[in-house]
Design a protein. Structure first.
Length: 449
């Protein structure tokens, strides 16, 4: 029954995914909620949250209860040196509590340290979410690019089909040579290959995005088409304008800063090892004793039988309380506390170095995004100029071919040049778009299309 239910849910899930056309935001949201790496780090966050609760509860007293029962059998000597049978049963019960009164703020410092670790873990999760979002955005744009390349190839295929049909007619009536038909047929085959290659690349991009989303069914996965404006503007921001903002809002920077504070708090905790620890304790308890022998061992010094009190009467008569105050004063522990402090300070330097590494990584990423955005924008402008020139050259080649003043080879070459120019424009446009989105992302602007 259980297997049938799982199979049914799997079928329903597959059907739902196959009917859905995903937007970029839906892809990002789904990945953030279901990515295993995010889920795994969420458990780490829960562990840190529990550690924080444990640290806070150290302020509370520890209370424990103890009940013991003892029975002894055999010969034994009393205080007068007489050997007698000594069989007895004893019972005791007590409740005690102890609480820490002074440790130079160790508990409070430990709470602060754990809070910083909780913050760092949360920022780690945000960093993973950001990385996944950027990967999805890049793959989403790759799909759109491959679809545009497919449309360009399909347009070229239609033109090649028209040229082939015309060459076939003119060759059959004898106005053109057989080589013209052969070249037109070869050009048609090349364009079919280009279309198929573009379609495969599109499917491969869809597959890669489905794998990023960790979907159960990738074959029916599809995304929403987005019309990307061909009129794009130069980048609004420079790396110098973005970097300070990136240092403020990027989670990897914040996580490194929190770990510095955690390391500093750990040093303060370690330094409390030089201070005394004062604790207080209190308790209540009672006991019961019963001799199990009936011979002289059960008599007093005058030979009179000893009457054992009842269990509850002894518990009442033997009830007592105790209070205590203790101090643990460190005097010499082989210099271990001093070495631990040195290690804590080294960990502080490691944490500070990690922050500098994170800042350097963010700086290089932003600078690279700025360089890529500028380069891709220039490539786009140049590619559009080449596209216009190639389109003009193709128009002239078609007119010349129709007038019989040029060969089919020249026409096919002009068409290939125009198709390549269109592909270069699309490539530069989507590369620029991703670089721009990356810059905007580091500037604090959410991902969108």
């Amino acid at each position: 029954m259980k297997k049938s239910a799982i199979f049914f849910l799997s079928l329903v899930s597959t059907f739902v995914f196959s009917q859905k056309i995903w937007t970029l935001q839906e892809c990002v949201n789904y990945a953030i909620e279901n990515n295993l790496q995010v889920i795994q780090n969420s458990y780490n966050k829960k562990l840190q949250d529990n550690s924080l609760q444990i640290a806070k509860r150290q302020y509370l007293p520890s209370v424990s209860a103890n009940i013991n029962n003892n029975a002894s059998f055999g010969q034994g000597r009393d205080i007068f040196g007489n050997t007698n049978r000594n069989d007895n049963f004893s019972n005791g019960a007590n409740v005690s509590a102890d609480i820490l009164l002074f440790n130079n703020g160790r508990l409070e410092k430990n709470i602060r340290k754990t809070q910083f670790e909780v913050e760092a873990t949360q920022y780690d999760i945000e960093k993973i979410k950001n990385d996944i979002s950027l990967q999805i955005a890049q793959q989403y744009l790759s799909i759109l690019l491959n679809r545009e390349v497919t449309r360009i190839s399909e347009s070229a295929l239609q033109n090649a089909e028209k040229l082939y049909q015309r060459a076939k007619i003119t060759t059959e009536v004898g106005t053109t040579a057989q080589t013209i038909l052969a070249e037109a047929e070869a050009a048609l085959a090349r364009e079919k290959l280009n279309v198929k290659t573009a379609e495969i690349n599109t499917e491969r991009s869809l597959f890669s995005l489905a794998m990023l989303l960790q979907l159960p069914d990738y074959k029916n996965f599809d995304i929403q088409n987005v019309d990307v404006d061909n009129k794009i503007d130069a980048p609004l921001y420079s790396a110098a304008q973005i970097i300070d903002k990136a240092y403020e809002n990027q989670p990897q920077i914040k996580a490194a800063e929190s770990r510095i504070k955690s390391a500093e708090a750990q040093t303060e905790i370690t330094e409390t090892g030089f201070w005394p620890t004062i604790s207080a304790n209190a308790g209540v308890g009672t006991s019961y004793f019963n001799s199990l022998v009936t011979n002289n061992a059960g008599r007093d010094i005058n030979g009179n039988p000893i009457k054992e009190s009842s269990f509850f009467k002894q518990y009442k008569d033997n009830f007592g309380q105790q209070l205590g105050l203790s101090a643990n004063i460190p005097i010499f522990n082989k210099g271990i506390t001093k070495l631990n402090i040195e290690q804590s300070k080294i960990n502080e330097e490691i944490a500070r170095t990690s922050l500098q590494l994170q800042k350097q990584d963010v700086l290089q990423t932003v600078q690279k995004a700025q360089f890529d955005a500028t380069s891709n924008y220039e490539s786009y402008i140049t590619s559009t100029e080449v596209e216009k020139s190639s389109k003009l050259a193709l128009d002239f080649a078609e007119k010349s071919y129709n007038a019989g003043r040029t060969t089919i080879y020249d026409l096919n070459n002009a068409r290939n040049n125009y198709a390549n120019a269109q592909g270069s424009v699309a490539q530069a446009k989507y590369n620029y778009l991703f670089s721009l989105k990356l810059l905007n992302f580091y500037a604090g602007i959410p991902l969108s299309l």
